[in-house]
Design a protein around this ligand. Structure first.
Ligand SMILES: Nc1ncnc2c1ncn2[C@@H]1O[C@H](COP(=O)(O)OP(=O)(O)OP(=O)(O)O)[C@@H](O)[C@H]1O
Ligand SMILES: [Mg+2]
Length: 259
């Protein structure tokens, strides 16, 4: 089993929380596989949700910017290729955990510039995809990340939405711009998070209408106060109890990715 999965959507809809629920799913179901999370969001840090800090490890974005400056100033060994130096930087910055590894993209190069973020994420995937069975990307909010070369051959793009009109608009736009995106997505899914209504029918109808066969409904994850509480108490969301209904919902929802 080898899979590259990317979570995207509007700010605050729960992308990072869903990344961790998915991680919990694959830890439970594929315990032996090597798993990597790429935190591609320059503004947020998934390690917060895991209640960990970067510690000795840096952010790759920052290190690569420093490396590029050194290359420009010719302060690197002349007989080593730029590609090799970038690979070494990436490998040095993998934060290893017992159950999974994490790399953090970190700061962006200049306000509003996503191209460098995308290039760095692409380098990370190119370097590491052979090593890991599962690569999970937590992407930044918004559309810019997808409008340039990002990653190649992602198996599953999961567009997360909550119940707000705006977050639906964001995923509608993401589906629209798919054609302009160089990354190839084998499957595009829509995951409704923080669901809190009496009937799913209007959401299902709306998703069917706008996705136009391009995207499939992955499922619904309920609004769950425990997620908020764990977040507030800065505990790791990975520790969410198996007694919590969201655990079982997540197991069911994510199993669809493997059918
Ligand atoms: N199913 C849920 N039920 C209740 N609260 C949730 C749920 N999913 C996420 N949240 C809460 O919503 C907030 C945003 O979640 P999260 O940080 O995962 O979103 P995000 O899309 O990654 O945000 P950003 O765009 O800032 O990276 C957090 O307070 C989180 O605890
Ligand atoms: Mg996030």
């Amino acid at each position: 089993m080898k899979k590259k999965v990317c979570f995207a959507g509007k700010g605050g809809v729960g992308k990072s929380s869903c990344v961790i629920l998915f991680l919990k799913y694959i830890i439970a179901n594929f315990p032996e596989s090597k798993k990597l999370i790429i935190d591609a969001d320059p503004d947020a840090n998934i390690l917060d949700l895991l209640n960990e800090s970067l510690g000795l490890y840096g952010t790759i974005g920052g290190e690569i910017i420093e490396l590029k400056k050194k290359i420009d100033r010719k302060e690197v060994p002349p007989n080593v290729s730029e590609r090799k130096l970038i690979e070494e930087t990436i490998l040095k910055n993998i934060k290893k955990n017992r159950q999974f590894d994490v790399v953090v993209q970190g700061r962006r190069e200049g306000e509003g510039c996503y191209c460098s973020v995308n290039n760095v994420v692409k380098s990370i995937i190119d370097t590491l995809e052979e090593i890991y069975q599962f690569v999970i990307i937590d992407s930044p909010a918004g559309l810019e990340f997808f409008s340039r070369k990002t990653a190649k051959d992602i198996d599953d793009l999961i567009l997360v939405t909550d119940m707000s009109k705006m977050s639906f608009h964001t995923i509608e736009r993401l589906i629209e711009i798919k054609e302009e995106v160089e990354a190839k997505f084998r499957n595009i899914w829509i995951l409704v998070n923080k669901y809190n209504a009496n009937t799913k029918a209007p959401f299902i109808k709306r998703i069917e209408e706008f996705s136009n066969g391009e995207a499939r409904l992955l499922g619904f994850l309920d609004y769950n106060p425990e997620i908020q509480r764990i977040n507030f108490e800065t505990k790791s969301l990975l520790e969410i109890s198996k007694d919590n209904p969201i655990y079982h919902q997540a197991q069911e929802v994510f199993s669809s990715l493997f059918k």
